[in-house]
Design a protein around this ligand. Structure first.
Ligand SMILES: O=C(CO)[C@@H](O)[C@H](O)COP(=O)(O)O
Length: 223
């Protein structure tokens, strides 16, 4: 498989037509997405609810792209096996959800899939400094988690940059992903700060032409 070109574009299906999730995943796959981002919310860790492993399993046949499953749930550990078996290629969970992030990362990896850690806007970069050896992706939330369509928080740019420096110092191949309010205007800011995966809901699924919307995030000519 050819190497993917940075920045990777990961459409968040939270903003898709939820009565047609399967077709919406197929559509962005056919129009140039790199990953598919699936937001799992429990109504407890975040004030919203979405779906669980049964739906992830049902969506799996619609695309062979990398399923990037973002768990906004607490507790986490109980649900790793069901999501791994449902077809997640990567499971991301929040450092704030705890209680033992190191063990959770080990558990995710025991299923032979990638492991990611997520930081809310109020969490400092330093919170993940002791677990970088187990992490494949660091997801920096650029809005408070729970809803699509919120405004990008510029205050997170310096954190993205700090994390870029931390990652480069490890010499490991760790992706830095950003999520929330990512548009053609904010994408260059986060890329300059060091991000290499752009998760975007509204700025892709809110547009008529998904290919054009994804190319705009890549900074490519839209026509
Ligand atoms: O995880 C979340 C929200 O908690 C995100 O994935 C949103 O779905 C991003 O939506 P936009 O800000 O791009 O509309």
């Amino acid at each position: 498989m050819p190497a993917l070109t940075v920045p990777l574009i990961a459409p968040s299906i939270l903003s898709a037509d939820c009565a047609r999730f399967g077709e919406e995943i197929k559509a962005v796959d056919e129009q140039g997405a790199d990953w598919i981002h699936l937001d799992v919310m429990d109504g407890h860790f975040v004030p919203n609810m979405t779906f669980g492993p049964v739906i992830v399993k049902a969506l799996r046949p619609y695309s062979r792209l990398f399923f990037d499953v973002h768990l906004m749930i607490e507790p986490v550990d109980l649900f790793i096996e069901p999501f791994a078996k449902a077809g997640a290629d990567q499971i991301l969970f929040h450092i704030e959800a705890g209680p033992h992030a190191h063990r959770t990362l080990q558990t995710i990896k025991s299923f032979g899939i990638k492991a990611g850690i997520v930081l809310c806007p109020s969490t400092p970069a330093q919170a993940i400094s002791e677990i970088l050896d187990l992490v494949d992706t660091i997801l920096v939330m650029t809005v408070n988690p729970g809803f699509g369509g919120q405004q990008f928080l510029e205050s997170q740019l310096s954190k993205i940059n700090q994390i870029r420096n931390m990652v480069d110092a490890t010499g490991r191949d760790i992706r830095i992903s950003v999520d929330g309010g990512i548009t053609a205007k904010t994408a260059p800011l986060v890329i300059n700060a060091g991000a290499d995966v752009l998760v975007a809901g509204t700025s892709i699924y809110g547009q008529k032409d998904y290919r054009q919307a994804m190319n705009a995030l890549r900074g490519q000519d839209v026509k």
